[in-house]
Design a protein around this ligand. Structure first.
Ligand SMILES: [Zn+2]
Length: 312
């Protein structure tokens, strides 16, 4: 690897000092990816940058621009292991179970064919599909920018490509389904990626996007804690607003994003995150159980999935 891997601290270091002092004048530095507007309400001051909500269309995003090379380096090496707080193998299996359930919601209306998992990492979701016999109806393949992860999947006989979507050289209108689990919120320019993904779908083909919900209860709780507790609740608020998450979508803003990408939204749903369904400790379990129950009752669960179709 030629580009050195920056730590989280290093990646966000260059923006830390000046932005902590920046005054909120109601204007975002970065225009909204959906409507191009700059009028924005600052929701939360990350340690390194503000998270804002566009006053025009409601998109919630990190008001900061990163270098593509820095982000690519950040997601290289052992990123996926660093990103999960629990034992990666156990968590991998549990996450994959949830992903298969999400895929089933989309797959019901599809007969089979070519499936691409975009941001597949080592292919845990694809290998779970294969284990359950989905390989008979679906030709499974994955793309991920992390070469180390891809080589682990290749060793298991999965069809994975290391690199971005363009380098995978997938012909336009050749795919029947695409999944993107916990990917779109990390992208600097999600609309152009969604557009590129949409172009790979055959007319009638479907895309499943799984992202943290921008209107979930835990985000509301974190914002409230930030207002009341300030520094004393910072660890909690920071754990909710991951620095790597550059966007928080709602059904409304994700519908807008799909439209800009030439896709038609067909279904949305909410579900708890894997930390809530599989808490790593009894204390987290208690908090998670309370949070899940309340979030379910008020329809403000942590994860949002959206299914879009390429119009015929
Ligand atoms: Zn906007």
């Amino acid at each position: 690897m030629t580009h050195p891997v920056p730590s989280k601290k290093e990646l966000f270091q260059h923006v830390e000092a000046p932005r902590e002092l920046a005054k909120d004048d109601g204007q975002a530095l970065k225009p909204c990816a959906l409507c191009g507007g700059r009028a924005a309400k600052r929701l939360y001051m990350q340690a390194h940058f503000p998270v804002v909500r566009c006053r025009n269309c409601g998109l919630i995003y990190a008001d900061e621009h990163f270098k593509d090379a820095d982000l690519a380096a950040f997601y290289s090496g052992d990123y996926y292991t660093r990103a999960y707080v629990c034992h990666p193998k156990e968590i991998d299996k549990k996450i994959a179970d949830g992903y298969v359930a999400a895929f089933d919601r989309m797959g019901r209306t599809l007969k089979g064919g070519e499936l691409l998992d975009f941001g597949s990492a080592r292919g845990t979701f694809l290998s779970e599909l294969r284990r359950r016999g989905y390989g008979e109806r679906w030709n499974l393949r994955g793309v991920d920018i992390n070469a180390d992860e891809v080589s682990m999947g290749l060793a298991q006989g999965l069809n994975l490509h290391a690199g971005d979507l363009a380098s995978a050289r997938i012909p336009d209108e050749s795919l029947d389904a695409i999944t993107a689990f916990s990917v779109v919120e990390h992208l600097q320019d999600p609309i152009s990626v969604l557009r590129d993904l949409g172009a790979k779908l055959r007319p009638g083909g479907k895309l499943l996007v799984h992202v943290p919900s921008g209107e979930c209860l835990i985000i509301r709780a974190a914002l409230l804690a930030d207002r009341i507790g300030g520094r004393s609740t910072r660890a909690f608020t920071d754990s909710v607003f991951h620095e790597e998450h550059l966007y928080y979508f709602t059904p409304r803003t994700l519908t807008h994003a799909f439209q800009l990408a030439g896709l038609r939204a067909v279904q949305f749903g909410f579900e708890p995150s894997y930390l809530e369904t599989h808490p790593p400790s009894p204390l987290v379990a208690l908090a998670a159980w309370t949070m899940r129950g309340t979030a379910f009752l008020v329809r403000r669960q942590t994860m949002l999935y959206g299914i879009a179709e390429r119009p015929a």
